[in-house]
Design a protein around this ligand. Structure first.
Ligand code: TA6
Length: 320
C-alpha cells in the first residue's frame, strides 16, 4: 500500500523471515521519513527510526532470527503469560508464533488511527491448544503516527465455544536503545510499590526520586501512572511510554553477569539497552467467551537534556 506520504511493504528479513516495512514521510522531502520494521514472526517490532534515522529500539547483535527462539530485543509480545515459570514457554508463545496480516479486521473503536498501520492476527493452532486449551483471536494494530510516534493496540477476544473463560497476563516487552545505562533515569515510577524479581518477587516501595542504574534491575511496578519517561542524557532524548489499560510496568536491565549468561545477548550490551514494559501482571485478566480486552501502548520521543533544564519530567508526565 502506498500513497504520497505513507507506505507499507512486505519483504524478506533475516533467515528469509517475512517482515513489513512501514514508512511515514514528513514534509515534502521523500528523504525525510520515520520508519518501522515488523517481523510476522512474533508480530515483532524490531526497528523504529525517527525522521533523523535514529534507531530508538535495541536489538541484540546476537539475536537469533530462527524459530522457536524469540527475537532478543525490539518489542516482544508477552501473551498469554508474563513469566519465566509455569508450563508455557517463557513469556508465553505469542512472540514465537507466525502471525498473519489481518486484511479485514473488525473496526477499531474509537478509530483514532492516523498515520500508517498494519493489522496482524494470531489464532491458536491445534498444537497451541494442547499447551493452552483456549480459543482466542489476538488482533494487533501497529501504527506509525504522522509525528513518528509508535502505537501498539492489542485486542484479545475469548472465542471458546465450550463456555470456558480464560485468564492471562501480558506485557509489551519493549527494549529501548540507550547511549549509556549509567546516564539514564526513569521518571514516573517513584513512590510506587514494586515486586522485585531478584528477591523472589517480594514487595517494596520505590524510594528514589528517579530510577537510576548501577546494577541488575528486574522490578514489576504495580498500578502505575499512564506515562513513564526514560531520560537519556547523552543522547539528549527522552522516550515516553503512554499506556492505556496496562496498570503495571516492568523495568529490566540484566547488567553484566546475566548478560554473559544469555547466548543471544552481547556481554556488554546491557550498557546500551533498557526494558520498560507496559504490562498487566499483578491482576491477571479473565475473559468470558465473547469478551474482548483492548489495551494500548504509545511510544514517542522528545528532544531533551535533563541537566540543561530543557526537560521538566513532571511537564512531560502531566502533558496530555
Ligand atoms: O521483563 C523482565 C524479564 O522477565 C526478566 O526477568 C528476564 O527474564 C527478561 O524478562 C527476559 O526474558 P526472556 O524470556 O526474553 O529471556
Amino acid at each position: 500500500m502506498s500513497d504520497n506520504n505513507k507506505s507499507v511493504a512486505v519483504t524478506k528479513g533475516a533467515n528469509g523471515l517475512e517482515k513489513l516495512i512501514l514508512r511515514q514521510l514528513h514534509g515534502s522531502s521523500v528523504e525525510t521519513f520515520s520508519f518501522l520494521q515488523v517481523y510476522l514472526y512474533g508480530a515483532h517490532v524490531t526497528s523504529w527510526k525517527t525522521e533523523q534515522r535514529e534507531e530508538l529500539l535495541f536489538v541484540s547483535s546476537k539475536a537469533i532470527f530462527k524459530p522457536p527462539k524469540p527475537i532478543r530485543g525490539g518489542i516482544p509480545i508477552c501473551f498469554p503469560q508474563f513469566s519465566n515459570l509455569g508450563s508455557l514457554e517463557a513469556h508465553g508463545f505469542a512472540r514465537n508464533r507466525f502471525w498473519t496480516i489481518d486484511t479485514d479486521p473488525p473496526p477499531l473503536q474509537p478509530n483514532v488511527t492516523n498515520g500508517v498501520f498494519v493489522d496482524l492476527l494470531l489464532k491458536p493452532t491445534e498444537e497451541d491448544m494442547k499447551i493452552w486449551p483456549h480459543s482466542f483471536e489476538y488482533r494487533l494494530r501497529i501504527t506509525l503516527g504522522p509525528g513518528g510516534d509508535l502505537m501498539l493496540t492489542s485486542r484479545i477476544r475469548n472465542t471458546n465455544t465450550d463456555g470456558k473463560p480464560f485468564t492471562f497476563t501480558f506485557a509489551y516487552h519493549t527494549y529501548f536503545s540507550v547511549s549509556d545505562i549509567s546516564e539514564v533515569r526513569v521518571e514516573g515510577l517513584e513512590t510506587f510499590d514494586y515486586l522485585d524479581n531478584l528477591k523472589s518477587r517480594e514487595r517494596y516501595t520505590e524510594q528514589g526520586d528517579a530510577i537510576t542504574f548501577e546494577s541488575e534491575v528486574d522490578k514489576i511496578y504495580l498500578s502505575t501512572p499512564s506515562k513513564i519517561a526514560i531520560l537519556d542524557h547523552e543522547k539528549k532524548r527522552t522516550s515516553v511510554v503512554r499506556k492505556d489499560g496496562l496498570p503495571d510496568a516492568v523495568v529490566w536491565n540484566p547488567w553484566d553477569k546475566k548478560s554473559k549468561a544469555m547466548a543471544d545477548f552481547g556481554d556488554d550490551e546491557y550498557k546500551h539497552m533498557l526494558c520498560v514494559e507496559a504490562a498487566a501482571i499483578e491482576k491477571a485478566i479473565t475473559l468470558k467467551p465473547g469478551e474482548e480486552w483492548k489495551v494500548r501502548q504509545e511510544l514517542l520521543t522528545v528532544p531533551s537534556s535533563y541537566c540543561s533544564g530543557q526537560l521538566d519530567p513532571s511537564k512531560v508526565l502531566q502533558s496530555s
